[in-house]
Design a protein around this ligand. Structure first.
Ligand SMILES: CC(C)(COP(=O)(O)OP(=O)(O)OC[C@H]1O[C@@H](n2cnc3c(N)ncnc32)[C@H](O)[C@@H]1OP(=O)(O)O)[C@@H](O)C(=O)NCCC(=O)NCCS
Length: 142
């Protein structure tokens, strides 16, 4: 059985391994990750970080951030990263992680949860998310 729980500091190395499967254009840097991960675990007010644990190992994670926006009449959350290990996909674990984020948002009175996705729109549409905007990006590379 897979249990979704809050991430602990000790899950960091496994989450770093999963990050490579996110399919982003950035190459994960361990030192930068370690600092950001420690921050996300510590700062529970502005970060929701959950892992999926199958009893033997962590096989997925979800990271959302919370921001105090003006127009939402309250806090707004953005699902920033969601990864399930490629060998564990198709078993409902990704959906379980999204549910955990949603439940925590509702508990905290967060007004909306958004997600930007390139290739997984239909995964979110199954979970009742609807496209409401275009997502534009400008990179500031060194
Ligand atoms: C997207 C992802 C998290 C889904 O995890 P998962 O554990 O396989 O998800 P679930 O088992 O809950 O999936 C449920 C359904 O979504 C579908 N689905 C899974 N991944 C999908 C994707 N990338 N695009 C569209 N549909 C997808 C499955 O086919 C399944 O549908 P079914 O029940 O009708 O067969 C996983 O594929 C992943 O880590 N992908 C790489 C990283 C990524 O793209 N993350 C999202 C970035 S925003």
């Amino acid at each position: 059985m897979v249990v979704v729980r809050r991430a602990a500091g000790t899950d960091g190395p496994t989450v770093f391994g999963l990050l490579a499967q996110l399919g982003e254009q950035y190459t994960p840097q361990r030192d930068v990750f370690d600092a950001a991960y420690a921050d996300a675990v510590k700062d529970e007010e502005d970060h929701l970080l959950f892992v999926a644990d199958d009893g033997d190992a962590v096989v997925g994670y979800a990271l959302a951030t919370i921001a105090r926006l003006f127009y939402t009449n309250g806090d707004a959350a953005q699902l920033q990263e969601l990864v399930v290990d490629e060998h564990s996909r198709g078993r409902g674990i990704g959906s379980q992680l999204v549910s955990a984020i949603e439940e925590e948002c509702q508990k905290r009175g967060v007004r909306q949860l958004t997600v930007a996705t390139l290739k997984s729109a239909s995964f979110y549409e199954r979970l009742d998310y609807r496209s409401t905007a275009d997502f534009l990006k400008k990179r500031f590379d060194e």
